[in-house]
Structures are given as C-alpha cells and as structure tokens.
Design a protein around this ligand. Structure first.
Ligand code: ARG
Length: 483
C-alpha cells in the first residue's frame, strides 16, 4: 500500500525506488511515538467533530492492537511499507476497516514525522542525561574517596604543579555538568509540537494544534507551519550536545589510556572493564577508553553530516530531511553505551596514589611556590620568577639538588626549603576553585549540589545512578572531614 495511489496509474513501484527511499529499516524505532502522535490526532479529530465517537473508538483500539503486536513482535511489516507511518496506517486500516481511511485527516507525514522525532528526541536526551548524571555521581564518589591524594598537574604534558586527585576528577565532572545543562536546554527548545502544520500550510479543517500539543505533553505548538515541517534545529542541537559530550568522554578516555600506561602507572583497571591481547599474554588494555575517544569521531561526523544536509534546503519539507534519523539514533546509541562503559570503568578502577605522589615529588614542581613566597616578602614577581628560574637552571646544570641551593640562598633559606617538601605545595593552593584541600573541600560541596540539581532537572533522585553501575561499584566514601 502507498499513501498516494490516487494520483498514480496503479502500476507497481520499482524495487530500486523503494530500496533507495525507504526509511522503515530505521524509523521503525519511532513506532511508539507514531502511535502516541496518532492517538492525540484521533482524539483531536473527535473533539472538533471530524470523526464520531464510535469512529474514534475504532481507530484507538486498532492503534492499541498495533501497539500490542509491535510489543510482542507479531506485527508484520509488508512489502511496500516505505516507512513506519505507512506501516501503521496500513495496519490500522486492516484492523479497523473503512474507518482507517479517516486516520490521516488533516495530517501529513511531514508534520507527523517531525512530531514523532521530537517525541523520540525528548525521551532519548533524557536517557542520555541520566547516564551523564550517573557518571557525575561516580566521579564525585571517587573524588570524595581520594582524600588528600595528589598528583602532578600538567600543562603541555609537562609536570607543572601538584593538584589533588579529587580536583582532577571533578574537572571532568564539571564538564559533564555543563553537558547536562545543554541537554536540558535542547530539550526545552525542542518541546514544541509541529502537529497541525499539515504538509506545509496548516489546514482548511477546524483542527486545534494547541489542544493536540498539550495532549502530547509538549510545552506548546508551532508558530509557523512552514517552519514546523522543515525545522530540524533540534536534531542539530542534539547532535552537537552529543558530540561535545563525546569530546569530554574522549578527553577523559585519553587520560585513562595515559594513566594506565607503565610510564604513568596512576591507574589500574578492574579486569571486568579491560581487555587483553590475542598474541601478547602480558597485555591489559583500556579499550573502553580508546573507543570512547575513537567513537567521538563519528559523533562529530554526524553533526557535520546533518548540517551539510540542511544547509541548502529550501522551505518546506524535502525528502533530504529523512537523513536526520540515522545520525541522531546512532549518536544516541553510541553515547549511551560509552557512558555506561566509562562509568563502570571509573567506578571500579584503582588509583595508585603512591605512584602519583612519586611523580609529583620533584621539588621543581614547587618553583612557583618559591617565587610566590618571595612576592609575599615584597619582591616583584618578575624578579622572583627570574631568581627561582636561575636556581632551577643551576641545579640542572651543576647537578646540585634544588633544596641545597634554596637553603643557601640569602633571599630564601630554611623557611623556603619547607615549601619544597613532598605534599606541601598542593596545600598552598588555597584560592577559590584552586587545587588544594581547603578549596577542594568547598568545591566538593558545590559539585554535590550541582549533581543534585542536574538530577532534579531530569526527575532523578541522587544516588539512583550508582546502582546502575552494578555490584562492581565501590560504595561512595564519606566525605573526608577536617579539610
Ligand atoms: N520517511 C519520511 C521522513 O523520514 C517521512 C515523511 C515523508 N514525507 C513525504 N512527503 N515523502 O522524512
């Protein structure tokens, strides 16, 4: 069955045309949304008297039967079902008989598909956000448990200044919190019903788009029918949100890969979240982290692909728009899987805090502290920077420990030497948002509040996420007190 046979001579459509243009292979995932959309439409038609109460009842029960068949897997798609909308209308008509011919009254697949996809995206972004919040919770738990452990912070991949492990973990956490914020904003903007826009221009029938919008749980209806059927901004925005979220997971993944290397030795993965080598018996690899990094390429590609599809389209609907679904669905699926795997990996990995402390033991990592100590004594920073830089150079060239040079220097001496002791520099990062224990204790409180707010926005209760990671997840440690 096609939905347009009247205009055509009744001959068979070519297989090549159908093979190239069909979307059923991927838009069947929209079935629940298409049914919801049809239900609201039928109720709307009844409300304005375009179908009788009996007709509406017959259509609704046919829709319910189709829904049940889909759920139990007995729904049979037929040759010629070019998309989910066609398949469902065909089935409703088979079940309900003649009245099925009234289902599409005042509606086009153009407003229908836009409505379905908005419903789908709204739900899917909510699921993605839940996954992000779970990872936020795990990072928070691991940060709380990390206590006063510290490691070198890096700039240009060179050891720079020591930072608390908690601070480093929360840096990733804040990026994820911005992702949740973006997902919420995208969800808010896409919360507009296109149903009632028809093919492009609205309808001569007395439809009530405001009423069906409310019935579908949307925040409101479209303002312009041409815009309603051709707007895919929400897909582009969702793809951007997912690409940036993927980028954050990729950067986290890159650090996991580095930290698991013998060169760093900061992180040991649980067996359940690592992979081995088919040839080298000794290997333990961080494939999850590498794929979190690798798959981000395709998330970025999907965004670029959709924008390229959209950029030359005239108003209103063009079949090109069918190309919105596969990238969106793939980006959602890949991101959800990446989130689950990375969350499990982080929840179960072991931090080697001794290796971190060893890597941060070089007194040169306190060079900034020496220069700032001199500033507190009244020396201009440019002078103190030069003085300490000279000592570091001297120490390297003459192979004399920096501590000795500091002890012997007339402007520095034994008080300054204490700054070079292991673990001291990090305690001096006291400014708000800084990397030391006092500032991080405050940050932990703020991040806890941020995660709670993120969870509330998506109707979750905090802590719900940790359960999803399974038995492998460590219980969140109590917040270290006295910091
Ligand atoms: N499968 C189409 C899509 O995904 C549905 C809308 C088709 N509309 C049309 N007029 N051909 O965009």
């Amino acid at each position: 069955m096609t939905l347009w046979q009247g205009r055509f001579g009744g001959g068979k459509q070519s297989d090549e045309m159908l093979a190239f243009t069909e979307s059923l292979s991927f838009d069947r995932r929209l079935a629940p949304d298409d049914i919801a959309c049809s239900r609201a439409h039928v109720l709307g038609l009844e409300r304005v008297g375009l179908v009788s109460h009996e007709e509406s009842g017959a259509l609704l029960s046919a829709l319910a039967q189709a829904e049940e068949e889909l759920a139990e897997g007995s729904f049979t798609f037929k040759q010629g079902d070019e998309d989910i909308h066609t398949a469902l209308e065909r089935r409703v008509t088979e079940i309900a008989g003649e009245v099925g011919a009234r289902l599409h009254t005042g509606r086009s697949r153009n407003d229908q598909v836009a409505t379905d996809l908005r419903l789908f995206t709204k739900r899917a972004l909510c699921e993605v956000a839940k996954g992000v919040i779970t990872l936020e919770e795990v990072l928070l738990a691991r940060a709380e448990e990390a206590g006063d452990a510290y490691l070198p912070g890096y700039t240009h991949m060179q050891r720079a200044q020591p930072v608390l492990l908690a601070h480093h973990l929360l840096a990733h956490g804040w990026a994820l919190s911005r992702d949740v914020d973006r997902l919420a904003a995208t969800r808010r903007r896409l919360d507009v019903s296109p149903l009632g826009a028809g093919a492009l221009a609205g309808s001569s029938l007395p439809l009530d788009p405001d009423w069906v919008a409310r019935e579908l749980g949307f925040g409101g209806r479209f303002e312009n029918s041409l815009d309603a059927v051709s707007d895919r901004d929400f897909v582009a925005e969702a793809l951007f949100d997912l690409a940036l979220l993927g980028t954050h997971l990729s950067r986290l993944g890159e650090e996991v890969v580095l930290w698991c290397s013998a060169e760093f030795g900061f992180l040991h993965l649980a067996d359940a979240y690592a992979t081995g080598s088919s040839m080298m018996p000794q290997k333990k690899n961080a494939d999850i982290a590498e794929l979190a990094r690798g798959k981000t390429g395709r998330l970025v590609g999907h965004l670029a692909g959709l924008l390229t599809t959209l950029k030359g389209l005239p108003l209103a609907y063009n079949r090109d728009l069918q190309e919105d679904k596969e990238p969106l669905m793939d980006s959602i699926d890949q991101t959800e899987r990446a989130l689950d795997a990375i969350t499990g990996l982080i929840a179960t990995a072991t931090f080697d805090t001794q290796a971190m402390a060893r890597a941060a033991a070089d007194p040169a990592l306190s060079a900034t502290d020496l220069a700032e100590w001199l500033v507190l004594k009244g020396m201009p920073f440019r002078r103190s920077h030069e003085l300490v830089g000279g000592l570091v150079r001297d120490s390297l060239e003459r192979h004399v420990p920096l501590t000795e040079l500091v002890a012997a220097h007339p402007s520095l001496g034994s008080e300054a030497v204490t700054l070079l002791e292991a673990g001291v520099a990090v305690t001096r990062r006291t400014t708000p948002g800084g990397a030391g224990p006092v500032a991080v204790a405050a940050q932990l409180e703020r991040f806890t509040a941020a995660v709670r707010a993120d969870a509330e926005r998506f109707g979750l209760h905090v802590g719900a996420g940790l359960g999803r990671v399974g038995a492998a997840a460590p219980a969140p440690a109590p917040s270290p007190s006295g910091r």
